[in-house]
Design a protein around this ligand. Structure first.
Ligand SMILES: Cc1cc2nc3c(=O)[nH]c(=O)nc-3n(C[C@H](O)[C@H](O)[C@H](O)COP(=O)(O)OP(=O)(O)OC[C@H]3O[C@@H](n4cnc5c(N)ncnc54)[C@H](O)[C@@H]3O)c2cc1C
Length: 194
């Protein structure tokens, strides 16, 4: 039984299950499922700084041209300053790798919350920035033209080769989040108990 991401399952099917059926299942998985990256950026501020400019703010989904995605204040010293998926998550990850994430975050915070950040000016900059990147946070179906229905694909993933089951969010007919993982686990349990 493999409970993992789509890419890891593909690798395992190619290496651990040495058969034409396993190779075909790996090809199909690779062609039909895409991973969606997720990125959370946390910011902290010093205890002796100015009054928090985000105090009293609610969780905010920031739209428009902003790169923040979502801003969630946690307390007077910590906020989840950005939460993004897809191409934006990759952009934040690139900024982290190139050492530009602090600048990018402060620029985006000032752009998204001009009134609040203007009260404290540059003293409102985060002291530390922590990035957490999931290259395969969740999954989705790739666009395809072969007519195979999502449900038919998911049924095959329950047991793509005899006595090998794929379990998890990546192998559900309706991708993304906990319900998908439970749905897939339920299908595999039903097959195992049949
Ligand atoms: C940042 C983030 C935020 C999220 N927020 C939400 C949310 O608010 N609500 C929601 O419903 N869902 C959320 N999700 C999605 C949710 O976490 C997943 O959909 C769910 O955990 C998928 O379950 P799973 O069993 O398929 O995989 P996982 O929970 O990833 O479990 C797979 C397990 O297999 C292990 N594993 C992998 N490879 C191997 C191996 N070779 N050998 C042994 N063990 C292995 C892994 O370590 C892991 O423990 C979020 C995901 C992320 C990344």
């Amino acid at each position: 039984m493999l409970a993992t991401t789509a890419s890891a399952a593909t690798r395992l099917l190619r290496t651990a299950a040495d058969s034409a059926a396993a190779a075909a299942a790996a090809d199909e998985l690779e062609a039909t499922v895409r991973a969606v990256p997720l990125m959370r950026v946390y910011a902290t501020w010093p205890a002796d700084g100015p009054a928090p400019w985000w105090r009293g703010m609610a969780k905010t989904v920031v739209g428009g041209a902003s790169k923040l995605g979502m801003f969630i204040p946690i307390d007077d010293r910590v906020a989840m300053a950005s939460y993004t998926d897809g191409a934006l998550a990759d952009e934040w990850n690139d900024a982290e790798k190139s050492g530009e994430i602090e600048e990018l975050l402060w620029r985006e915070l000032r752009r998204a919350f001009p009134r609040q950040t203007a009260r404290v000016g540059d003293a409102g900059r985060p002291e530390r920035v922590y990035a957490h990147y999931w290259p395969e946070g969740v999954h989705c179906f790739a666009p395809r033209a072969d007519g195979a229905s999502d449900a038919a694909l998911a049924r095959r993933w329950v047991e793509p080769v005899p006595r090998l089951h794929l379990v998890g969010e990546a192998f559900s007919a309706q991708h993304q989040w906990m319900e998908s993982a439970l749905q897939s686990a339920g299908s595999v349990a039903a097959r195992a108990l049949a």
